[in-house]
Write a protein that binds this ligand. Structure first.
Ligand SMILES: Cc1ncc(COP(=O)(O)O)c(C=O)c1O
Length: 370
């Protein structure tokens, strides 16, 4: 099996630790261990945790807590994984066979189309449209879904646009899948990072053949825990668990424990409030910056996620623009090319506000000279 290069991940891994102004991250600024739990808890509880394998599918308590984020889900519907990335990997691995037909909504994080092709499946693109504020084109979707379609893959809230699908669009998408008995696989890792504080509706529960992925990396500011999950029908979870035996076996016991704390009654609200504050305060700075550029940059303001997808005026290729920004101005942004949408860049605005503002100032200075 050959895999194609995962352009965005490789690009970020290569450059993110070399620049002063990293505007390529997509999550809310990570928190420290000390901000999550106090020292006595670390001493009394965490320090006494046996460093064993733990529950390979995630502890019952963690799975129950995660299930609580979804309507009518129970711990038997949840498999805990090492990040949402592993969750997506397991699903495509278990679901797709060579020659399978899938429809993938684009733009997205681009892990799914790469994996689908790696397993030998056909990944037909259905594009979210900028003039339609990055909403799905349901008529196009209807045309692309055929009786051979095995799965429709979506990312909602969406990376890179920050768009959130309407409930009507979600229901129409499930209806299209239901007509041909296809799976709906929804990456919902940005759920919980909404600017207005209203959690995005989940695909879970809208149709029996839905599989949802999520995790702590984006809305909770805890990517270092590497905790993700799958929510799926019970028999599907059992199948996916057996695939998990071949990858990472189990989530780290320390991460399992800290994830229980993060999603528990005391920390959950605190983290949600922090996320909303950071997103709103920082997005205001981005909006002011866009307004001040006199049309050099335009956007559909994101509704969720710590990412904004910007269309720029100067006629320069996005990879070239990102490379010049990095080399000459020490700023890292993601080129639209990584999403097959040249003429755009993705910026992450969930980080330190001072660095964000200086990064934006440098981007503006650069764009004015191109
Ligand atoms: C849509 C989407 N899914 C999955 C991931 C991977 O997340 P995790 O850190 O939970 O593995 C990312 C990371 O950027 C993402 O944007």
């Amino acid at each position: 099996m050959k895999i194609e290069r995962f352009e965005m991940e490789r690009y970020q891994s290569t450059w993110e630790n070399t620049v002063e102004f990293n505007l390529a991250d997509s999550g809310v600024h990570p928190i420290t261990l000390a901000a999550l739990v106090d020292h006595s808890w670390i001493r009394e509880v965490l320090a006494r945790e046996q460093l064993g394998y733990g529950h390979t599918n995630g502890s019952e308590e963690l799975r129950t807590t995660i299930a609580g984020l979804y309507h009518a889900a129970g711990p038997e519907h949840v498999l805990v994984t090492s990040g949402t990335a592993e969750a997506n990997f397991l699903i495509t691995w278990a679901l797709l066979e060579p020659g399978d037909h899938t429809v993938v909504m684009l733009p997205n994080y681009m892990q799914i189309p790469g994996l689908a092709r790696a397993w030998g499946a056909e990944a037909v693109s259905s594009w979210l449209r900028e003039p339609a504020e990055w909403m799905p084109d349901l008529e196009e979707l209807e045309r692309l879904v055929t009786p051979k379609t095995k799965a429709i893959f979506v990312c909602n809230p969406n990376n890179p646009t920050g768009a959130v699908f309407s409930v009507d669009a979600m229901n129409a998408l499930c209806a299209a899948a239901a007509r041909v008995n296809a799976w709906v696989v929804a990456d919902e890792v940005y759920r919980g990072a909404e600017l207005d504080g209203h959690p995005t509706s989940s695909f879970w529960g809208r149709y029996p053949k839905v599989i949802v992925t999520g995790g702590l990396s984006k809305a909770y500011g805890l990517p270092g825990l590497r905790i993700g999950w799958i929510v799926a029908p019970h028999d599907t979870v059992q199948v996916l668990w057996s695939y998990h035996d071949y990858t990472t076996i189990a989530p780290s016991v320390l991460s399992d424990h800290l994830a229980r704390v993060a999603l528990g009654p005391r920390a959950f609200q605190r983290l949600a409030t922090r996320t909303r504050l950071i997103l709103n305060e920082n997005l205001e700075a981005v909006a002011r910056w866009v307004d001040g550029l006199g049309g050099l940059v335009s956007w559909i303001a994101p509704r969720a996620g710590a990412i904004a997808f910007l269309r720029y005026q100067p006629r320069v290729n996005s990879t070239e623009l990102a490379t010049r920004l990095r080399k000459a101005h020490d700023v890292l942004v993601v080129p639209g090319d990584h999403f097959q949408l040249d003429g755009h860049i993705r910026i992450g605005y969930g980080g330190d506000k001072r660095l964000l503002e200086e990064g934006l100032r440098r981007i503006a200075e650069f764009l004015r000279t191109v």
